[in-house]
Design a binder for this molecule. Structure first.
Ligand code: SF4
Ligand code: SF4
Length: 90
């Protein structure tokens, strides 16, 4: 019986190119919207996004990549500062 730390990591996309064939953006009903007045640039949203769909902008704030974001809302849930709101896809 193998120990847990010997198992390969599963269910995590370490590279957003791996999500490309799934075209998750096409099925999204909601998308994250950032309030940069509330954002502290802590990067938690970037770390927690299960699809590696959040990218850091040149100014240090974050945004989602519409091709890879599936609209799950994890980023909004994990942001301690309420800087992300899920809004309906237009
Ligand atoms: S988790 Fe919230 S405060 Fe931190 S970088 Fe993301 S949006 Fe900004
Ligand atoms: S809604 Fe989900 S997939 Fe989209 S950026 Fe936030 S955590 Fe990532």
């Amino acid at each position: 019986m193998s120990m847990w730390d010997k198992n390969k990591v599963g269910c995590i996309l370490l590279d957003k190119k791996l999500a490309q064939p799934f075209n998750k953006g096409a099925k999204r009903t909601h998308k994250p919207a950032w309030d940069e007045l509330k954002c502290t640039k802590c990067g938690l949203c970037y770390l927690f996004c299960p699809d590696a769909a959040i990218k850091e902008k040149a100014d240090g704030f974050f945004t989602s990549d519409a091709d890879y974001c599936k609209g799950c809302g994890v980023c909004a849930r994990e942001c301690w500062f309420g800087a992300i709101t899920m809004v309906e896809e237009s």
